[in-house]
Design a protein around this ligand. Structure first.
Ligand SMILES: Nc1ncnc2c1ncn2[C@@H]1O[C@H](COP(=O)(O)OP(=O)(O)O)[C@@H](O)[C@H]1O
Ligand SMILES: [Mg+2]
Length: 226
């Protein structure tokens, strides 16, 4: 992926299996969000392909991809002030065929049932982010992209998100999770891919990748630059 003369991603290839949780980690500016934007259809890659269950979806809009079962959450919270929790879920299912039963169930599973009629801006930051995840899940995706789902969360909220990922997603659907919190990475992911300066620096089991001296160097180098 190039932005003008700047190459944001170079020859990055990732294959995520059914039910697999793949973490993408890497310093700021590594290209993580750009990658997720390409997979979800916000950006068209300068070259390369995106496939879902073998089907080439490179030229499909984000909406078409969502209907094929590819959902995402955003790094920045994207809720509408003044609208309630259940109105948000209604918005999310507008084009899909999930019924009220499913929505009620989902709110209960996500621990949001008592907030159904509350306006979203009265929710804690953690509950807002969990609602965003519920909005993505109401479409019953086959694949879910999570861009820093625990950003800005307290330790307790982060633990709740970890439990939701393990209990609701792991082994059920494919997931790519961009995450800075290594505790979240080790607890939730099956495999980790490290992006640095737009390229894959390492890929493998969390315990191997996080112990890799080259990966530690990447993080130390980036800390020194900030
Ligand atoms: N729309 C864009 N136009 C130009 N440059 C961009 C755009 N989006 C991202 N970039 C650049 O691409 C690089 C990777 O950004 P990003 O994917 O947001 O990194 P990360 O999510 O890993 O922090 C950065 O240098 C960023 O400035
Ligand atoms: Mg990012």
């Amino acid at each position: 992926m190039s932005f003008g003369a700047f190459r944001a991603l170079n020859d990055v290839s990732l294959d995520v299996g059914h039910g697999e949780i793949r973490a993408i980690i890497g310093p700021n500016g590594a290209g993580k969000t750009t990658f997720v934007n390409i997979v979800s259809g916000i950006f068209k890659p300068t070259s390369g392909r995106v496939t879902l269950e073998g089907r080439d979806i490179t030229t499909l809009s984000p909406q078409r991809r969502a209907r094929l079962g590819l959902a995402r959450t955003f790094q920045i919270t994207s809720l509408f002030k003044g609208m309630t929790v259940s109105e948000h879920l209604q918005l999310a299912v507008r084009d899909a065929d999930a019924d009220g039963e499913t929505r009620r169930e989902l709110l209960e599973q996500m621990g949001l049932a008592t907030f159904a009629d509350r306006e979203v801006d009265t929710l804690s930051h953690g509950d807002q982010r969990i609602l965003e995840m519920a909005m993505a899940m109401v479409l019953k995706p086959k694949f879910l992209l999570l861009d820093e789902p625990t950003a800005g969360m307290s330790i307790a909220e982060t633990d709740r998100m970890i439990r939701l990922i393990i209990e609701r997603l792991r082994g059920r659907i494919g997931v790519i999770i961009i995450e800075h919190d290594m505790n979240v990475v080790t607890q939730t992911s099956d495999k980790v891919t490290v992006l640095a300066a737009g390229a894959v620096a390492a890929s493998g089991l969390p315990q191997d990748v996080l112990r890799d001296p080259h990966v530690k160097e990447i993080y130390l180098g980036s800390a020194a630059n900030h």
